[in-house]
Design a protein around this ligand. Structure first.
Ligand code: HEM
Length: 136
């Protein structure tokens, strides 16, 4: 789990603030729908294989835990080792920025509270930036 996870022990978790599993599921579906549809995310989409079903399922499981909810991903796969799992894919600034923009658009379209979306965007930046494994 990345240190940039936005959850805390003392406050309601981001998972609760978003609206639980149904809301995380809707966010992830919108994120990959946008990746598939929007020309602005073309290069990000191209890094993925033809089908996005596995990515949708895994990002949903992962985000539930990352946001402070149930640890579905860790229960199934152990430690996420996200950087290692992304090494097969060339991730530079362009891919990072498209991922972040796609997620910001999905959060906006799902009607997330703006302060929460800004807090999550900052945490997503740290995680996505740490995933870069190529220059450019
Ligand atoms: C920085 C740009 C990123 C790119 C280009 C990228 C790309 C990818 C690709 C191509 C896959 C494989 C999908 C598949 O199995 O078909 C993947 C998997 C995954 N990504 Fe990303 N990703 C990025 C950032 C992130 C971030 C910021 C997160 C979390 C906040 C994340 C979470 C995941 C998870 C949980 C998986 C599934 C890993 C597994 O168990 O195989 N990714 N990503």
């Amino acid at each position: 789990m990345s240190d940039s996870s936005p959850s805390t022990e003392t406050q309601p978790s981001a998972f609760d603030l978003i609206g639980g599993e149904a809301a995380v599921q809707a966010l992830v579906q919108r994120f990959y729908d946008l990746m598939d549809l929007e020309p602005a995310y073309r290069e990000l989409r191209a890094v993925h294989g033809p089908a996005l079903d596995s990515a949708r399922q895994k990002l949903f499981w992962f985000l539930c835990g990352w946001l402070g909810g149930p640890q579905h991903y860790v229960e199934r796969f152990g430690h996420p080792r996200l950087r290692a799992r992304h090494l097969p894919f060339a991730i530079g600034i362009r891919e990072r920025d498209q991922w972040l923009a796609c997620m910001r658009q999905a959060m906006h379209e799902q009607g997330l509270d703006e302060a929460l979306a800004a807090r999550l965007a900052a945490a997503f930046f740290n995680t996505a930036d740490w995933m870069r494994n190529t220059t450019g």
